[in-house]
Design a protein around this ligand. Sequence first.
Ligand SMILES: Cc1cc2nc3c(=O)[nH]c(=O)nc-3n(C[C@H](O)[C@H](O)[C@H](O)COP(=O)(O)OP(=O)(O)OC[C@H]3O[C@@H](n4cnc5c(N)ncnc54)[C@H](O)[C@@H]3O)c2cc1C
Length: 342
Amino acid sequence: MPPPPSPTAHAVPSPPKLRRLPLALGTTVLGLSLASWYFLRPPSPKALDPASYSPALITSHTHPTPRTSLLKLRLPSPSPPPEPFYVLWVKSPQVQIERPYTPLRGLEGEGGEEVELWVRHERGGEVSRYLSGRKVGEEVEVRGWTRSIQWQDKDWDEVIMLSGGTGIAPFHQLLHHLFLSSPVPPQKTRFTLLHGSRSPSELPPPEILGPLAALQQRWPERFRMRLFVDELAGGPAVHSVGDERLLLNERRIQLDDLLRAVDPPPPPRFRFLGRVMALLPPFMSPRQEEKPKRNKVLWLVSGPEEMVEAYAGPRARDLSEGEVGGVLGSMGTGKGWEVRKL
Ligand SMILES: Cc1cc2nc3c(=O)[nH]c(=O)nc-3n(C[C@H](O)[C@H](O)[C@H](O)COP(=O)(O)OP(=O)(O)OC[C@H]3O[C@@H](n4cnc5c(N)ncnc54)[C@H](O)[C@@H]3O)c2cc1C
């Protein structure tokens, strides 16, 4: 009879099992590490969303005029913005209120995740004052995109934009979208921007006026810009932006300026020719070219509330655009004209 197996012979693991032990231990450690990384990793920043806030990093903050900020914000994984006019909402954490601001151009900067805002510091204003105190490297809570009004190309003959102060921002956004970021700029519509600031030192910064001056230079038949200041304060009646010298009108935008925007006088060389022609007897004058009828006109007004009210009438009680009134109301709008308040 063979001797019974000793109990100790079973207690010692066999060589193949021993070899599998480190593998099992390694798998367990790896699994535990992966699980702890998954559950303990810092939350990834939430992408820009219209319905909830996410943090945006301030990458640049300058004060181009005494009471304004030019801010660049890096947004978390933003989707491309819609067509103009779109805004980004900024929240003040102190009082939990939000205000809309208008990106000057679409997404830009490294990685195409930045926007630039031009913000006026309102005296006693909650969010603008909060923004004016923020520094590069700090974060602000934002949500977006949302639309203010929708740009609709209804085959306009003329689009005439009236702006005051930072109210120029949506028009810069529109013009950038139509002319500067589009391969085919508008072929038919003529755009006119009439912009007013209190003084030359409060005019929009070169980041805004520069591209618009260049646009006017490149496509004078498609885009014209006229600048107005309440007072020159003894300064020159020209405003230099890079190589461009822009004429300043020392007054508020008047009815006459609106009429000229719809029906501009002929350029000076034709005016001279016209005077010579007027001296000739009728049978010697060449046939007058019939002026094209320009009756599809879109008026856009953007600026401080008093300005919007003066040119286009007050907003309704629910803050919607309300009836057309003011100077534009008195000009009559039943001729294929449309007036929008931004
Ligand atoms: C579609 C859209 C786009 C916009 N885009 C821009 C932009 O690009 N840039 C820009 O600068 N602005 C823009 N604005 C305006 C902006 O949203 C804010 O309205 C502006 O910055 C003021 O907000 P605030 O919180 O600083 O001021 P608020 O606190 O709203 O105060 C506004 C004004 O009311 C006065 N006020 C506040 N409280 C009182 C009180 N108790 N009694 C009396 N007066 C008071 C303040 O002194 C201030 O003058 C836009 C607005 C809209 C609707």
